[in-house]
Design a protein around this ligand. Structure first.
Ligand code: F6P
Length: 319
C-alpha cells in the first residue's frame, strides 16, 4: 500500500482533528502518501481530494471541529453513490481509507469494504454510542462542556431556588446525560434506554424539598423528549418555578480535552497500522485501555450498551 485517504463524516466531534493528524503523520512515518477527502462522502463523490503533508496537519491538535469538514450525505447511501466514490478513490490511486465518524459513517465504510475497498472505521462522535470501544472521540470533551454549563446553571438555580431542566444531546444513547448527571449530582436523569415516569420524578423532587432542598437539576437526553416539554409538565404538576436550558450544538464544539486528543492519536495511528497489515472492514477502539479492532459488520449489527451499574448508582446517590 502506497497511498491512503482519510475523511470525516456525520456530526463533527472535538478530537477529529487530532485523529486526522495521527492518520496523516503515522502514514507519512511509514512512507505512505496520505490524501485528505473534504466534506465527507459528499466530497468523495465529488472528488474533493488533496494530498496532505506533515505541515498540513500542524497546529490542529488542539482545535475542535474538523479541518477536513464534514457532511451527512444521502447519495452515498445508494449503490450508485458508493460506485462514484470508489471511482474517485481509484482515480487518485488511493488504496485504503480511514473513515472518522459515527454509526452512519460506518455504514458507508462497511459498504466500501464489501465492495472490496479496504476501509477502517474510527469512532468519532460525542454520543459514545459505537459498540466495540469504551469511548468515542469527542465524548469526553462534550461531557466536560456540559459539566461546565451545568455548574454555572447550578449557581443561578441555588440563588433563585429553582428547578432546572437541562436538555443534552443524544438521540438514541443516554451516555452524555448519564455521565453528566452522575458528575453533577442531578436529581433525575432521563435517557432513551430507560422509561421515565413523571410522577416518580416529581416524587423525587418532593423528597428533596421535604428535607430542605431548594433547587434541583434534571437532565434530559434529547432522544427522550424535549426538555421544554418536561419543564412544562413539572411546572404544571407542582408549584416549583422551573426553567429549561437546551445546550444544543455548544456541546459539539471547543478544544478537545487531553483524553480525547490522546484517544484520537492512538486510534488514528492504529487505523493506519491495520491498513498496512492488510486488514480491512475493521473498526478501531479502546477497551479496558487496550487498543482493539473489530469486524465492522459485527459492530454495526450490535448495539451500544448503557452501563446499568452507573445508572443505578446515579439513582442511589441522588436521593
Ligand atoms: O451524532 C452527534 C449528534 O450531535 C447527536 O447527539 C445529535 O442528535 C445530532 O448529532 C445532531 O445532528 P445535527 O448537527 O445534524 O443537527
Amino acid at each position: 500500500m502506497k497511498r491512503i485517504g482519510v475523511l470525516t463524516s456525520g456530526g463533527d466531534s472535538p478530537g477529529m482533528n487530532a485523529a486526522i493528524r495521527a492518520v496523516v503523520r503515522k502514514g507519512i512515518f511509514h512512507e505512505l502518501e496520505v490524501y485528505g477527502i473534504y466534506n465527507g462522502y459528499a466530497g468523495l463523490i465529488a472528488g474533493n481530494i488533496t494530498k496532505l503533508e506533515v505541515g498540513s496537519v500542524g497546529d490542529i491538535i488542539h482545535r475542535g471541529g474538523t479541518m477536513l469538514r464534514t457532511a451527512r450525505c444521502e447519495e452515498f447511501k445508494t449503490s450508485d453513490g458508493q460506485a462514484k466514490g470508489i471511482e474517485q478513490l481509484k482515480k487518485f490511486g488511493i488504496e485504503g481509507l480511514v473513515v472518522i465518524g459515527g454509526d452512519g459513517s460506518f455504514q458507508g465504510a462497511k459498504k466500501l469494504s464489501e465492495a472490496g475497498f479496504p476501509t477502517i472505521g474510527l469512532p468519532g462522535t460525542i454520543d459514545n454510542d459505537i459498540p466495540g470501544t469504551d469511548f468515542t472521540i469527542g465524548f469526553d470533551t462534550a461531557l466536560n462542556t456540559i459539566i461546565e454549563a451545568i455548574d454555572k446553571i447550578r449557581d443561578t438555580a441555588t440563588s433563585h431556588d429553582r428547578t432546572y431542566v437541562i436538555e443534552v444531546m443524544g438521540r438514541d444513547a443516554g451516555d452524555l446525560a448519564l455521565w453528566a448527571g452522575l458528575a453533577d449530582g442531578a436529581e433525575s436523569i432521563l435517557i432513551p434506554e430507560e422509561k421515565h415516569d413523571l410522577e416518580h420524578i416529581i416524587n423525587r423532587l418532593q423528597l428533596g424539598i421535604d428535607r430542605g432542598k431548594k433547587h434541583s437539576i434534571i437532565i434530559v437526553a434529547e432522544g427522550v423528549c424535549s426538555g421544554v416539554e418536561i419543564g412544562k409538565q413539572i411546572e404544571e404538576k407542582t408549584n416549583l418555578e422551573t426553567r429549561v436550558t437546551v445546550l444544543g450544538h455548544i456541546q459539539r464544539g471547543g478544544s478537545p480535552t487531553a483524553f480525547d486528543r490522546v484517544l484520537a492519536s492512538r486510534l488514528g495511528a492504529r487505523a493506519v497500522e491495520l491498513l498496512l497489515e492488510g486488514k480491512a472492514g475493521r473498526t478501531v477502539g479502546v477497551q479496558k485501555n487496550a487498543l482493539v479492532d473489530h469486524d465492522i459488520s459485527e459492530v454495526l449489527a450490535s448495539k451500544h450498551q448503557l452501563d446499568q451499574g452507573m445508572y443505578r448508582l446515579s439513582q442511589e446517590l441522588s436521593i
